[in-house]
Ligand binder design. Structure first.
Ligand SMILES: Cc1cc2nc3c(=O)[nH]c(=O)nc-3n(C[C@H](O)[C@H](O)[C@H](O)COP(=O)(O)OP(=O)(O)OC[C@H]3O[C@@H](n4cnc5c(N)ncnc54)[C@H](O)[C@@H]3O)c2cc1C
Length: 527
């Protein structure tokens, strides 16, 4: 292997790796990121429709929660680099078959007013839990997401010392489902809360996650969208990396992490190139890829191999997407009585009551298709640049099992038919839609895994939050501090705390650990 040209090598150019790489560049390190796809950004993709020129779709992430509040967004000066976000005021709208709409606004009082129309008791509970949890979020949960996690016992001992900590512990004893059913009475409110706040993130039946509901009620930052599409955030991050001297090479697949004298010292690529790293190799991939596929068996202790192989994925995370190129935007029949719906960022359709959740879970377990519950957006209402003039793009996502009838390969045969079923429901709620479609395509969870193999089984969170895989035990005990078992080996992707979605926090936290280990100057130790 040639002499080291780089201080460090990163594997996979997901946004977490790019955040980490940008901080390291600013600290003076020379780094290289290797990415198998043709473009960097991982789940930050905006690409042209296969049907029509000029229609651009966000086939992975779209709703970026409170991105502009993230510390790295500010530190890396992403707005100066072209990133720009919108946070539409009517953030989420659950549209019922009878035309009623449960609304979730950036203005809390407007959300309360909408809940009042369903149940004034629920509106009061909403206010009480939000008020109680604002300090829990500000003093505990937000800082915990932005720092390497404490061991579980130490964390609990700390939490028990404060009122907010005890409140958090008490809520987290429950599952999200238990919390919502105990605190809210109206079936639509129950369904809405579990959907807005739960179903997308954790298994609602899982104890230990009841606090997710009041935390999200308390969060000031709502869903945001990136102007020009999600890839706009990737471009700004790449700019931050490159300005600080970092290199990103796309279309390169690593074959193995090279180990010498018990230390990760570089990477061999699939084409046989050897690239040496003086200080570290950081992986934005999942534990099976990092410890089993990319490392010789003899360099990984059996206990680490066993834990990596047992790392589990979310049954309920896989998404199916229907993407439309449109002559005009979907106009919902419910807009007649609720004109503000025309400007809703996220629209949920097909969800009428809490009772549908057990059904959805059962279908996932059996690998069959439940009654459609879907959510999506018409990005071009807010950002016309994503389609030709006067035209629109829109999408709907649905949670559907990865192993359809026992085999993910079945998706290739069935996905177009399922897309038609989704369109049918959509057009029932927005009657102008069928005549407005200029082109459409679908993407299954199998397509997701093919594009981003770290999202094993199509799990967009890159690992379940159940199975003990949280906090200092994510991805598994012993690997929860962003460090592998060898000197110089680090983890920086969504399989680490605080987990998946576009938060940048696994990369941000890994940056803190690497700065400490390498004695670098960064925003955490400036003073
Ligand atoms: C359909 C869909 C919708 C989503 N919607 C949202 C949303 O609205 N909001 C939200 O916050 N999140 C959403 N997500 C989830 C979000 O995209 C991910 O959680 C996030 O991208 C994970 O970031 P990451 O940096 O850890 O990894 P990724 O973004 O997955 O990046 C990992 C990178 O590693 C590369 N890679 C994988 N294997 C290899 C290999 N062997 N060698 C080299 N490179 C490799 C991949 O190509 C990729 O570029 C969605 C995901 C999907 C699939």
């Amino acid at each position: 292997m040639s002499d080291a040209a780089y201080d460090g090598i990163l594997l996979g150019a997901g946004h977490n790796a790019l955040v980490l790489q940008a901080y390291l560049g600013r600290a003076g390190l020379k780094t290289l990121c290797l990415e198998r796809n043709a473009t960097p950004g991982g789940g930050l993709v905006t690409s042209e429709s296969p049907c029509n020129a000029g229609f651009r779709h966000n086939t992975h992430s779209f709703f970026h929660r409170a991105i502009t509040h993230m510390p790295w967004y500010r530190d890396l000066e992403l707005e100066r680099r072209g990133a720009r976000y919108l946070e539409p005021a009517l953030n989420v709208a659950l549209v019922l078959a009878d035309g009623q709409v449960l609304e979730w606004w950036t203005d809390f009082e407007k959300t309360i007013a909408s809940f009042e129309r369903f149940s004034s008791k629920d509106a009061q509970s909403l206010r009480r839990w939000r008020d109680d949890f604002v300090p829990v979020l500000e003093k505990i949960v937000a800082p915990e997401g932005r720092t390497p996690p404490l061991p579980a016992a130490e964390r609990r001992a700390r939490l028990e010392k404060s009122r907010e900590g005890r409140l958090l512990l008490a809520a987290s004893e429950l599952s999200p489902q238990e919390f919502v059913l105990r605190e809210f009475e109206h079936p639509v409110v129950q369904a809405g809360l579990l959907f807005f706040n739960g179903l997308r993130e954790v298994d609602l039946r899982c104890k230990g996650f009841g606090h997710h509901i009041p935390i999200l009620l308390a969060a000031a930052g709502k869903a945001q969208m990136c102007v020009s599409g999600s890839a706009g955030l990737a471009r700004a991050l790449v700019d931050a990396v490159e300005e600080s001297g970092g290199e990103i090479r796309c279309g390169i697949e690593p074959r193995r992490i090279v180990v010498e004298d018990g230390r990760a010292v570089g990477v061999e690529t699939a084409s046989g190139e050897h690239i040496r790293a003086r200080s570290f190799v950081a992986s934005c991939l999942n534990p099976q890829q990092t410890f089993l596929e990319l490392m010789d068996e003899r360099h990984v202790p059996q206990v680490w191999r066993d834990k990596a192989s047992a790392f589990a994925y979310n049954l309920l995370a896989p998404l199916f997407g229907l993407y439309l190129d449109l002559r005009e935007r979907p106009v919902y029949a419910a807009e007649k009585d609720c004109p503000q719906l025309a400007k809703a960022l996220m629209v949920i359709l097909g969800l009428e009551s809490y009772a549908q959740f057990p059904e959805i879970v059962e279908h996932h377990e059996k690998g069959t298709i439940p009654r459609t519950v879907m959510w999506g957006s018409t990005p071009t209402i807010f950002d016309p640049s994503q389609a030709p003039a006067q035209r629109h793009t829109a999408f709907m996502w649905e949670k559907l099992p990865y192993r359809l009838h026992g085999d993910p390969g079945n998706w290739d045969r069935e996905k177009d038919a399922h897309g038609k079923d989704m369109l049918k429901l959509w057009a029932q709620r927005a009657p102008n839609l069928e005549g407005a479609v200029l082109g459409s395509f679908t993407r299954s969870a199998l397509d997701t895994e093919r594009t981003l193999p770290n999202m094993r089984e199509g799990d967009l969170l890159v690992g379940a939050f159940s199975n003990g895989q949280i906090g200092a035990d994510r991805p598994f005990p012993g690997a929860g501090q962003y460090r592998g078992h060898l000197k110089g080996l680090y983890l920086c992707g969504s399989s680490s705390h605080p987990g998946g979605n576009v938060t940048g926090l696994p990369g941000y936290n890994c940056a803190q650990v690497l700065h400490a280990d390498l004695g670098l100057k960064g925003p955490w130790n400036r003073t």
